[in-house]
Design a binder for this molecule. Sequence first.
Ligand SMILES: Cc1ncc(COP(=O)(O)O)c(C=O)c1O
Length: 1019
Amino acid sequence: MLADQPNLTTADAERIARDHFGVAGRATLLTGERDQNFLIEAPDRRIVLKLPNRKESLEMITAQQDALTHLSTRLSVTPAVIASIDGDVVVSVDEPGGSRCFAWAITWLEGTAFAGARRRSPELWRDFGRTIGVLDRALADFDHPAIHRHFHWDLAQAREVLESYRPLLAGDAILAPIDTLLAEFETHTAPLLETLPRSAIHSDLNDHNVLVGDGTSVEERDQRVTGVFDFGDMVYSYRVGDLAIAGAYAMLGAREPMDVIREIVRGFSNEITLTSDELASLYGLICLRLCVSVAIAAEQTRQRARDAYLSVSQVAIREILPKLAEIPFKLAEALIREAAGAVAVPASEKVTAYLERQSGFAPVIGMDLRAEPSIVLDLSIASPMLSGDTRENTEPSVTTAVFDAMRDANVRVSIGRYDEPRLLYVAPAFALGPRPTDEHRTIHIGLDLFAVAGTPVFAPLDGVVHAFCDNNTPQDYGPVIILRHETDDGVEFFTLYGHLSRESLVGLEVGRDVRAGEQIATLGTPEVNVGWSPHLHLQIITDLIGLGTDFPGVARPSQRSVWCALCPDPNLLTRIPNDRFPATAPTKDETLVARRAAIGRNLSIAYRDPVKVVRGCKQYLYDDTGRCFIDAYNNVPHVGHCHPHVVEAAASQMRVLNTNTRYLNDLLETYAERLLSTLPGALDVCYFLNSASEANELALRLSRAYTGARDIVVLDAAYHGNTTSLIDISPYKHAGPGGQGAPNWVHSAPLPDVYRGAHRGANAGSLYADEVGAIIDEITRGGGRLSSFIAETCPSVGGQLMLPGRYLSKVYEHVRRAGGVCIADEVQTGLGRMGTSFWAFEDHRVVPDIVVMGKPLGNGHPIGAVATTRAIADAFDNGMEFFSTFGGNTVSCAVGIAVLDVIREEGLQEHARVVGEELLTKLRGLSDRYPIVGDVRGSGLFLGVELVRSRDTLEPAGEEASFVSNRMRERGILLGTDGPYHNVVKIRPPMPFNSENAEELVVAFDDSLAELPVRTPLS
Ligand SMILES: Cc1ncc(COP(=O)(O)O)c(C=O)c1O
C-alpha cells in the first residue's frame, strides 16, 4: 500500500456509495496500484467507487471525468461518470484516522479482464488496435490543463526518468539489453521525437485496464475488446504513445513479439493513419516504455519492497527485453510500416525504379543472361527434383540434381529463383526453434546462378567494396562480398555476392572503388562454400538494417513481403527473360476459390483456416511456404508419407508392367499370400479392389451369396463407405444431416460405448452383445433372415471406441447361431496400428468370416481387399464373373507388398505400441488438470480424447473439440474430431510418429485446452 493510497474498508465503501451516490450494495476491493477502487453491487446496478490517491489533484480527477464525458458521446467502451445524490461529480469523504479523501463513481463495464483472456488471437489483437484507434481519434479534440503535466510514465519524459533511476540497476544483468535498446533508440528514434504529433492519450493501456467479451460461440468468445478504463494516467504526449504502451504490454509473453505488434498496428491503422515518423518511432517507444518500467519498478521496490502488485509484469518484461534487443530497429520499422498499410521500405521503390530505368548491366557471371541459354530450376517445396526427406536435400544430392539438369538441357548456367520457398535449409541457424513445427526461414530472397566452380564474377554496376568475410558456418554464404552503390539521386543500396572462392577475398579492401564489368571474384567449390553447389547467390539489399555480412539470404515466411521489399528481385540486374520462369503457383486463397468453383461443396475442407499441403515426408506435411505440420490424423500413409521404398516399388513396377488380373503374374499371388499370412488360417481367399467402399460392397455380396439372406445388423454411428448400399448400412450417414434413414433390412445396435453408453461395468461387453442378440431374435421373429453383422473392431467415426471384453465373441455367437456371417471392418485399425496386434480383432480372440481392409494397405495408393473363407468364396462363385478393373493390378500389388515389407523391417507395430502407450499416459495426465477431458482411450496409434462439459452429465463438448482441433492446427499439429457428438479428438498418425512428436502433441494439446474460454471474475 502506498503511503498516499486511501485506506477504506469495504464497510466504508458501502456507506459512501449509499450515502453519497444512492447505491446500496456489497463492496469488493479491486486491484489498484495508486488508488482504491471498489465494485459496489446493488440488486439493480453495479458501479465502481473510486477513491483516488491522496496526491491526486482535484484537477486531474476533473480531467478524467471530462474525458469520460467527452468519450461517452463518441464510443461505447468507456465508463460513464455517475453524479452524487447532491449532483456533484466528486465528493469529499472521511477516512479512518480523521483525514479526508475524494470519492467519485463510474458505471461498471461488463467483460473479462484482457489480462485474464485465455486466448489472444490475431483477431483479438486487431480489435484491440482498432479500439485504441477509435479511442485516440475521439481524444484528438479533447484537452484539459491538468494533463499537461510532469509525469514519470509519460513517454516524452521517459529518458530522463530512466537516467535518474539508472543507478538502482547497477550490476543488474537487465542493463545490457536496456543499454542496447537505448543506444538504438538514440540513433533511430530520438531524432524523430520533436516532430511527432501530440494529443491527449490514455497512456496506460495495459491488459488490466482493458476488457474483452462478446461472441457466443466458443471460437469467438472474448475475442473483442468491450471496455477501456482507468484514465488516471492521462497525459498530453505523443499521439502514437497509446499504441506504443499497449503494444509494449501486449507483447509480453508472446512467442513472436513483432507478430502481436503488427496485428495491433493493423487494427489501429483502420482508424488512424500514422505519419512516417510515428511509424518509425513506434518500436523504439515500445522498447523505451518497457525499459522505463524496469527502472520505475526498481525505484518502487526500493520504496516498498513487499508490495506484490509491482512485480506483476516485471518478470515478463525482463524476459522479453533481451529478445527485443535482437530485433533490428529498421526491421521492426519495416514490419510495422507494412502492417500499417504503408510501403514497407520506401527506399526499395526508388532503388527498383532506378534499376528498371537502366538499359542493362555488366553480365555478373560473364554471360549475358538475356541471351545465354539457361534453365530455371524448381527448388520449391513441391519440387520433384528434391528428395522427400528434407534432411537429404543438402549436398551432394542437390548439386547432382542441378548439374544433371544442366547437362540434360545442354546449358552452362541454371537459375535458382528469387522469392521461392525452399526446404533446403536444414542447418539450425534457419530454424526459429528446436521443434519441427517451429517456423523455419525458407524464402530465398536472392537469385542463384549455378555454374562451374571458378566461373568469374563481375560487378554489374559501379560501386564500392562495403564489406566482405568468410561466413563458414554450415549452409551460410562461405566467402561473401557486399558492394555499396547509389542511385542517380543518391539513394544508397547494396549488392551481395555469396559462395565465392576464398581467393576472391585476398587483397580486397573496404572502400575500394569497383567499376561496372570489373571482375571481383570467382565461384567457390562446395568445400569452400560450406556445402553448397557452385553457384553465385546474388542479392540486392536496399537497407542493411545493421546486419552487414550477416544479412540473411533466406527469410521467414511470416515476414516474406517485408524481406522481399528490403531485397528486390536481383533479376533487375540480370534481366533473364520472364518467359523462362514458370508461372507462379496459385496462392492458397486462389486454390480455395478454384476448388469451390470446380468441386462439389459437400467435399469438406478441414479447419477454419485450411491447410494447403504440397509435400509429405514420414509423419510430416509441408505447406507451400515450407511450414511443417505433424500429421497426427491421417492413417492412410501408414508407413509414412511418400515412403521411399513404397515410392520406388510403385515407380519401378510402373516402368515394367501395370495390367489387370485377367493375366497371370506372380505379384498378385505373392501379395495375396503375404496378406493372408497375416490373418488366421481360416481366412484363405483374397479379393482385391481399389477402395474400402468397394471392399465393403463385396463383403455384402459375399455374405448374401453365402447365406441367401439380406438383413444386416450394424452399429449406431458406424460408417462403412460412400456407395448407395454402404450409406444404407452406415447410420453415421443415413441417420445424419441429409440422410434418409435406414432401409428395412438394416438394423442398428447400440454402440458398445463403456464411457457414455448404457452399460459401463465389467459386464458391459456381454450386456451390449445381448442387445445385438435381441435384435437378431426380433429379425427372426418377424420372419426375416440374418445375412451378417458388420462392425469396425474399434469404431472410429463412432468416437475412437475400444470394444469391451467379451463383446465381439458373444456377438459372433449370436450371429452364427442365426445363420449369419461376421464381417470385421479393419479399414482403420489394421496393419499393426493398435500396437498389440496386427489386426484389431485378434485382441478379442475372434475370427471373423470376412475381413475388410483398405486405407493403409497401399500407403496412399488406392488398394482395398477382402479376405474370407473358402466356403464363402465358393458360394459367391455362382456363375457370375467377378472383376475389378484396377483391383489387384500389378502396380498395386507391388505397392501392397512394399508396405508389408516396411511394417516388418521398421518394426512399426511395436513402435506404435511403445509410442502409443507414452502418448496415452501423457494425455491421461491432462485429465487431472482439465475437467473437460472426460475420457482418454485407445491403443497403439489409434487414440481418442473425449471432451465433456460436465463429468457428471457427460454433456458432449463438440464445439470445444473443434476449438482444440483448430488451435492444434495453428500450432502445427493436424488432428480431427469425430464421434456421434463430434466431441472426440481423434489421433491416428502415420506410424513413424515418434516420442518427440507425442511430447509436442501433448504440450500443444495442453496449451490449446488452456485457451478454452471460461468466464473469470474480474478482480
Ligand atoms: C471404417 C471404414 N470403412 C470403410 C471406409 C470407406 O473407405 P474408402 O473411402 O476408402 O472407400 C471408411 C472410410 O473412411 C472407413 O472409415
